[in-house]
Design a protein around this ligand. Structure first.
Ligand SMILES: Nc1nc2c(c(=O)[nH]1)N[C@H]1C(S)=C(S)[C@@H](COP(=O)(O)O)O[C@H]1N2
Ligand SMILES: [Mo]
Length: 177
């Protein structure tokens, strides 16, 4: 029993003191500030998250979305022939940026197609919000400007109709709850 570390040891107290000092000098909120969109808003997010840049939402133009860490993926899709190279950002990086507190994400498209997805899915899989396919920007005539793309070739369990309908193209809005 004598060689067990004692909870009141000086090192432990020192560590606690250091953590306390860190909290004093850190900014109150470690949340990144989301800038105001300068261009056309192409994605707007509503609901249960902490980091807004509008009164009730977080609004993004394309330039802001392209500042997120770039994620790439080559996969087949259910609506095109062969495989394609997609570039965009990870849905979970976007949710982290806005400080999402929700467990359910509802995605809405320009044609008012709506689908609800569990937020934990975006931690389990590298789901992209793509803005380019085969080095070309996605246009709104062709699934763009934003298309939710699942890594379907990388995970056989995603090759399923239940996931096919989560590939929302012409994504315009997310609601978090
Ligand atoms: N914006 C938008 N995305 C959508 C849909 C839609 O109607 N609008 N349909 C979903 C469904 S039901 C499927 S199976 C896949 C493929 O749909 P498509 O074959 O009509 O392109 O896209 C999904 N994404
Ligand atoms: Mo479908």
């Amino acid at each position: 029993m004598f060689n067990r570390p004692m909870s009141g040891s000086p090192i432990h107290a020192f560590t606690l003191a250091w953590v306390f000092v860190l909290f004093q000098i850190m900014p109150v909120s470690a949340q990144p500030i989301i800038a105001q969109p300068q261009g056309e808003v192409i994605l707007e997010i509503f609901g249960d998250f902490s980091n807004k840049n509008m009164e009730k939402s977080a609004a993004f133009d394309m330039a802001m979305l392209m500042e997120l860490p770039i994620a790439e993926l080559t996969t087949s899709t259910v609506v095109t022939d062969g495989t394609h190279h997609f570039r965009g950002f990870l849905m979970r990086d976007l949710l982290r940026l806005i400080g999402s507190n929700g467990s359910s994400i509802t995605a809405t498209a320009l044609n008012d197609y709506v689908i609800e997805v569990e937020a934990s899915e975006f931690d389990r899989f590298d789901v992209l919000v793509a803005y380019a396919m085969n080095e070309q920007p996605l246009s709104s005539r062709d699934k763009g400007p934003l298309w939710i793309v699942y890594p379907r070739d990388q995970h056989p369990e995603l090759q399923d109709i239940r996931y096919d309908y989560r590939w929302v193209w012409q994504l315009k809005r997310l609601d978090i709850k």
